[in-house]
Design a binder for this molecule. Structure first.
Ligand code: NAI
Ligand code: MG
Length: 398
């Protein structure tokens, strides 16, 4: 096997410990790679005025595969205040480097699997008939369009004249907003293109076909957001009819879906949505399988083969400076397994997932979140596993 080069992007806060431990797990599984660290995150914003330096973009361009920990983002004004004095008042505006990466490399396919582990004390349970309690096993994979929609960044406060004039050509704008002074308007757009919509839909259907899921659910709001959600659902109907007749196409509204996911989450297979609703529904499902300590994700561009693999949690700054890291590394380890699948190291990924499953089912080693403790520095004294101890337990199973 040729040795791979993997770009590591630890970023901020707990990104570093979870990534370090994950690399130990990859090593123990026998994955041979060189790791090159890329600069990203708050430190580089403060000192260089850019949280995603060009040298990091070049590294990813060259090596194509990156493991990403987490970054810290702060609101615009707060970010500007933290710049070093030399960079203050130069008009630098902070923007999230992870969103920047997605847009720069067109990482338009975001995949977030949510699968319950047997024996995870954080699994969702519900009342069944009579006094019974049921623990449905969830296995839903969310495909989120990752570059457009509400997170596309096309937005204004006090919009420029041309934009305002354009908006004034829409009768509903005139009726509902036409009397509001321009200075009092904030506008965020929700743009869907046919090309990107087709790509995310096809990625979802392909995944369902390849892994035997019986349904693909479009989770949007086509009855109200007629143009964008409506287009996605209509295209899904055409694609299903033409190319995936054996997979059922379901249609749910995002709001109703958030209610149903606590009623019958086991019924869903592949779910596909735009950027914002995909973000919401994937967090909802992640909550059913253990929350942020378990939620992994992949984002990639199938054409260029560039992929960035990351847990969905953030940098959890309040835990970052504990002398012993207490956070759960499983979300990052699972994200690394998605990376292995992406580069066709299926057996290696399977082996690691099996080790994780065994540790969880055995129940001897649990991080504080799995023990339902509040995340204080003394949780390890009280019996919770540290980040390192959890990685050690996974490695022991390997
Ligand atoms: P967060 O995900 O960092 O933390 C929220 C809470 O979830 C933590 O306080 C902790 O209780 C729990 N948690 C997170 N990861 C965990 C893990 N691995 N194991 C156990 N418990 C875990 O989200 P928050 O507090 O909203 O944001 C903190 C910073 O992270 C912000 O600056 C935010 O902008 C950034 N962020 C970055 C993301 C990324 O890098 N992709 C995603 C989300 C937030
Ligand atoms: Mg999110």
């Amino acid at each position: 096997m040729a040795k791979r080069t993997i770009v590591t992007l630890p970023g901020d806060g707990i990104g570093k410990p979870v990534l370090d431990e994950t690399i130990r797990v990859l090593d123990a599984a026998g994955f041979e790679a060189d790791y090159i660290e890329g600069d990203i995150g708050w430190e580089f914003w403060k000192t260089e005025g850019n949280p995603l330096p060009q040298r990091t973009i070049d590294l990813i361009e060259k090596h194509k595969i990156a493991l990403f920990g987490a970054i810290t983002s702060k609101p615009k004004d707060e970010a500007a205040n933290e710049l070093i004095p030399e960079l203050q008042n130069k008009g630098l505006v902070y923007s999230s480097p992870i969103v920047g990466l997605r847009q720069h490399f067109g990482l338009d396919i975001c995949m977030r699997p949510t699968r319950s582990y047997k024996g995870n004390p954080l699994n969702f349970i519900r009342r069944g008939k009579g006094e019974s309690i049921e623990e449905p096993m969830v296995d839903a994979v969310i495909f989120r369009q990752n570059t457009e929609g509400l997170y596309g960044g096309v937005e204004w406060s006090n919009p420029p004249d041309k934009v305002y004039e354009g908006l004034m050509t829409h009768p509903k704008f005139v009726k509902n907003f036409g009397k509001t002074p321009k200075e009092e308007l904030s506008v965020s757009t929700r743009i869907f293109t046919k090309k990107a919509t087709e790509r995310i839909l096809r990625a979802a259907f392909d995944h369902a076909k390849k892994f035997g899921y019986k349904s693909v659910t479009v989770c949007e709001k086509p009855n109200v957001i007629r143009e964008t959600s409506g287009m996605m659902y209509k295209m899904a109907q055409q694609i299903q009819k033409a190319d995936y007749p054996n997979i059922e196409l379901w249609n749910t509204n995002i709001d109703a879906q958030m209610m149903w996911l606590t009623k019958n989450p086991e019924n869903y297979g592949v779910i596909v949505a735009g950027n914002m609703f995909g973000d919401i529904v994937s967090d909802g499902f992640a909550g059913l399988i253990g929350g942020l300590g378990f939620a992994c994700s992949a984002q990639f561009n199938p054409d260029s083969g560039i992929g960035v693999f990351e847990p969905t949690h953030g940098s959890a700054p309040k835990y970052a400076d504990y002398p012993v890291s207490i956070v759960n590394p499983i979300a990052m380890v699972e994200s690394a397994c998605m990376m292995l699948d992406f580069i066709d190291e299926f057996e290696m990924a399977k082996k690691i997932r099996k080790a994780v499953a065994e540790v969880i089912e055995e129940g001897k080693v649990r991080t504080y979140d799995m023990m339902k403790m509040s995340g204080r520095p003394d949780v390890v004294e009280k019996g919770a596993a540290s980040t390192t101890a959890m990685a050690d337990a996974i490695i022991a199973k390997l």
